[in-house]
Design a binder for this molecule. Structure first.
Ligand SMILES: C[S@@+](CC[C@H](N)C(=O)[O-])C[C@H]1O[C@@H](n2cnc3c(N)ncnc32)[C@H](O)[C@@H]1O
Length: 320
């Protein structure tokens, strides 16, 4: 346990119009991010499982190699990077295009007395990252969790750079937004939800709107098939594809009796098996957990992933 600061290495400000637009919207959001995301029950549930997806892979790599060098891209408040950095013997580079997030990570790292040698913070849009020596690469693990790559204009080139900068046998773990046809986005745009769901984003041309704001955060929405194909064409072996938040994404943001009754009615109409499991439950938190547990039972079935709000991938680079 240490007490000195984790430094932020600034490599590049946003360069393209797209990158500047993302940064302009993300910067103020970074100030409220922790309170907003952690107070959102379905996202907090998802974060249990996406973190587990990363840590399972990290532990496997550590067992094979006896070390872990990781790059966490779009680290945001650093929840994944810090979990990795707390693994004995891990060295983590956490990158984000938005300064505010890195300052938040530095503060948290100090608060939890993280060994500063285990974490390097880099400010740069990933497209401008040079993968130069001294920043931990080549890596055993690269992560980009929670829609990061949706906000990268040239995500295919970025995937190629990840592949090139992974050690043989290394892994890439990511989660991206589900497509416009995923249940919560589809129902929202068809005005089929009689209340506001917990997931704040709405889809518009060219990106997403967060909350009630009018500004459009630039984003692309590759389908599961497109993303998988891009990984495979580069040379990755795709080991796992899993969904996060199907009906759970439709959980009401305000859990009034009326909204919970509407939520149950929606589930009754769409999925009688799930309805049977929640029909008699009263406590909204217990209902949500039951829904999430139910969804885990089909979250790995390739034909059932289209309705999930987020989709996770574990892909590996072959050993030499
Ligand atoms: C939804 S947050 C995800 C945060 C974190 N990975 C997590 O799981 O909690 C998306 C993050 O991607 C970052 N980001 C967006 N575009 C980026 C880019 N081109 N390069 C690096 N980071 C980017 C944003 O600043 C933001 O922190």
């Amino acid at each position: 346990m240490q007490n000195s600061n984790v430094e932020i290495v600034t490599l590049s400000e946003p360069v393209t119009t797209w990158q500047s637009k993302v940064d302009d919207i993300e910067e103020p959001f970074s100030m409220i991010y922790d309170a907003d995301e952690w107070g959102n029950p379905p996202l907090a549930q998802m974060n249990r499982f996406d973190t587990r997806m990363v840590l399972n892979e990290a532990d496997r790599l550590m067992e094979c190699n006896g070390r872990l060098s990781a790059l966490d891209v779009g680290t945001g408040p650093g929840r994944i990077a810090m979990k990795l950095a707390q693994r004995d013997g891990a060295r983590v580079t956490a990158l984000d295009a938005t300064r505010g997030y890195l300052e938040l990570v530095a503060k948290t790292a100090q608060r939890i007395r993280l060994d500063p040698d285990s974490l390097t913070l880099v400010e740069a849009p990933i497209e401008e990252f040079t993968y130069e020596e001294g920043l931990g690469g080549p890596y055993d693990l690269i992560t980009a969790i929670f829609g990061v790559l949706n906000h990268v204009e040239n995500w295919q080139e970025t995937l190629q750079a990840f592949y090139d900068n992974l050690n043989p046998g290394g892994s890439f773990v990511s989660s991206i937004y589900g497509t416009n046809e995923a249940r919560v986005y589809r129902m929202r745009s068809n005005n089929e939800l009689p209340y506001k769901p917990s997931l704040v984003q709405t889809r518009v041309d060219g990106g997403i709107r967060l909350g009630e704001g009018e500004e459009v955060l630039p984003a692309k929405f590759p389908s599961i098939r497109e993303f998988r194909q891009a990984l495979e064409e580069i040379g990755f072996e795709v080991e796992v594809i899993q969904g996060f938040l199907d009906f759970a994404a439709c959980f009401p943001s305000e859990t009034t009796d009326e909204n919970i009754a509407e939520y149950k009615a929606l589930i009754q109409a769409e999925c009688p098996d799930l309805f049977e499991r929640i029909e008699s439950l009263q406590d909204p938190r217990v209902i949500l957990i039951e829904v999430v547990e139910f969804e885990r039972e089909y979250a790995l079935e390739p034909n059932n992933l289209g309705d999930f709000a987020y989709v996770g991938f574990v892909a590996r680079k072959r050993k030499l």
